[in-house]
Write a protein that binds this ligand. Structure first.
Ligand SMILES: C=CC1=C(C)c2cc3[nH]c(cc4nc(cc5[nH]c(cc1n2)c(C)c5CCC(=O)O)C(CCC(=O)O)=C4C)c(C)c3C=C
Ligand SMILES: [Fe+2]
Length: 423
């Protein structure tokens, strides 16, 4: 981004090498890599994360601390306009993730008579591990009447199903769905907000924001280099998550494989988002032992009940002296565990949220659940069906928003988001 005028962190001096490596190409959507290696991306919370690669950044990237998630409705019926938008978004995403202003002139160097190309609130801020991850929802491929919107109906992946109604769902349509989702994650909240805001600005006339969600405090680890964070129930969350180091498992559970098809999704993944309200006021009046029984883990250590270390394997058969199962039949970790879900796993990447209060003396708080997977028909849907039926945690949570998106494979340098889908 441009040199800040006031005293502070100078983007140019601190991140000059990264910035110099980025160049917009002939078509305006090329950028060159800055660094590589997922591990190095966890180490420095101010540095950049490589935008280009075999997979989109922001999936196995060690989960950043902040989220700004938005879905967009496409307001044009012109295929060419959508392609042009995706090219422009890609160019902007490559620049912003490298810590640069967008456009030719950025925030403050353009003509005084025109609105600045970059909105400017990230001037002086480092890249802060910003990642931008895109996904296409079912409504991008066909409208509610089944009409082909952009000549893509035949390219809708079979795995991109409309999610079924789950027991207890109380979904708000205004917080659900969307033609396109963009997940912005960063260690700096302003960097994440800036990214979505600039994409929304570029999209004026082609897309409209359907809804957006801010998240603070990651609720998962996606790398063994990270400590396990806590959710708003105060429990460690993300212990038994898929991690970037589990490369063989990621092929099996996370990334779409050539035999899965369609070709444009190979190397990609399916994202399910759920806005889950947590009635924390009721939870806070529940005893410690009841809370631990509901989750199936100790609140302090995060260890499975009956074990002492967070990463000890769970013994689902262990019983107390009274003959009770230590991890109850309806405990969350039993019902969600691959052993009881045909081996299915998820890469969870959710965030806490508190969006003010609800007018009834309660915080509008919860978990913005984000999970990536190879096939939602075999992973999220059966797991959530089982949780919706039997999880004792349901007394304290309510699913109020929902989305499903096909996130294509990575963007090679010189390409743009979704190029294979349109070719
Ligand atoms: C459909 C999938 C899941 C939803 C929805 C979900 C909601 C949810 N979870 C917690 C808190 C915890 N979840 C934990 C583990 C866990 N959860 C899921 C899936 C869903 N959770 C899975 C697959 C797992 C791992 C199970 C295993 O293999 O052991 C844990 C324990 C720590 C951990 O392993 O991550 C907690 C705590 C909340 C609060 C919540 C909705 C608000
Ligand atoms: Fe869970």
């Amino acid at each position: 981004m441009s040199e800040p005028k006031k005293k502070g962190i100078s983007r140019r001096s601190l991140f000059g090498a990264a910035g110099a490596a980025v160049a917009t190409g002939v078509a305006g959507y090329t950028a060159h890599s800055v660094i590589s290696g997922e591990e190095s991306q966890a180490a420095d919370s101010t540095g950049p994360v490589e935008f280009h690669g075999a997979h989109q950044a922001g999936i196995v990237t060690p989960a950043q601390d902040r989220l700004h998630f938005a879905t967009f409705d496409v307001t044009t019926d012109k295929r060419d306009a959508v392609i042009a938008l995706l090219k422009e978004w890609t160019a902007a995403a490559a620049l912003m993730t490298a810590g640069r202003d967008i456009g030719q002139y950025g925030a403050v160097n353009g003509p005084a008579e025109a609105p600045p190309e970059d909105t400017g609130e990230a001037v002086g801020l480092p890249p802060a591990r910003l990642t931008l991850t895109i996904g296409f929802g079912p409504s991008f491929f066909q409208d509610a009447k089944g009409n082909d919107r952009f000549g893509l109906k035949g390219k809708r992946p079979e795995a991109l199903v409309d999610l079924p109604h789950f027991i207890g769902d109380n979904l708000d349509p205004a917080r659900s769905g969307g033609d396109i989702a963009v997940q912005a994650c960063s260690d700096d909240p302003q960097v994440a907000v800036h990214a979505i805001r600039n994409l929304a600005r570029i999209g004026f006339g082609t897309t409209a924001v359907r809804y957006s969600q801010l998240g603070f405090g990651r609720t998962s680890s996606t790398s063994r280099a990270q400590t396990t964070p806590r959710n708003l129930f105060g429990f460690k969350d993300g212990t038994n998550n898929l991690k970037l180091e589990d490369t063989a498992k990621l092929e099996e559970q996370l990334w779409v494989q050539p035999e899965d098809g369609p070709e444009w999704m190979v190397g990609g993944s399916y994202l399910v988002s759920r806005r889950i309200r947590m009635t924390i006021e009721t939870w806070d009046r529940t005893s410690l032992s009841e809370q631990e029984t509901i989750v199936g883990r100790g609140k302090g250590t995060g260890a499975p009940l009956g074990k002492s270390d967070e990463f000890d394997p769970i013994d689902f058969t262990a019983k107390t002296a009274d003959g009770e199962l230590k991890v109850a039949k309806d405990a969350h970790i039993r019902l969600a565990h691959p052993q009881f879900n045909n081996g299915a796993e998820l890469l969870r990447r959710g965030y806490n949220f508190v969006d003010g209060s609800d007018g009834l003396g309660r915080l509008d708080a919860g978990l913005f659940f984000l999970a990536y997977q190879r096939d939602p028909r075999k992973q999220f849907i059966p797991i959530q069906n089982q949780l919706a039926r039997s999880d004792v945690m349901n007394e304290y949570i309510r699913h109020v928003g929902s989305g499903i998106f096909a996130c294509p494979g990575g963007v090679p340098a010189g390409s743009y988001w979704g190029e294979k889908l349109f070719s």
